[in-house]
Design a protein around this ligand. Structure first.
Ligand SMILES: [Cu+2]
Length: 112
């Protein structure tokens, strides 16, 4: 069974927002990140990106192997948030959906 947790979530940017974090699997089985949305703004566009040859490409799912830490970071895999209301002030909650572990909510605070 996988045992998924999230460490050090960070929200970067002002218009198009990037989300970085560590996704930790302390379990004995792998899991797959299959969904991502914003609790406060369900209509916002949330995308999972990888970077290939310096260009961002959309990917749909992300495997989290057993006993591994997958790092979402600048220049690598990351999550991006689009079409958020301009005047959003409240904190954002990113809802991650994993195939086996179910839903994990990640609180995001701007880190400038
Ligand atoms: Cu991106």
């Amino acid at each position: 069974m996988p045992e998924i947790s999230v460490r050090s979530p960070r929200l970067i940017g002002s218009e198009d927002l990037a989300v970085f974090m560590l996704i930790v699997n302390d379990g004995t089985g792998s899991d797959i990140l299959t969904g991502y949305s914003l609790k406060e703004f369900p209509a916002a566009r949330v995308e999972l990106h990888d970077v290939k040859n310096g260009k961002m490409t959309k990917i749909k799912t992300l495997k989290i192997p057993a006993h591994e830490i997958v790092s979402l970071k600048r220049g690598s895999i990351h999550i991006m948030l689009f079409d958020l209301p301009v005047e959003q002030e409240k904190e954002l909650t990113l809802v991650l959906q994993f195939e086996k572990s179910g839903t994990i909510e990640v609180n995001l605070a701007t880190n400038d």
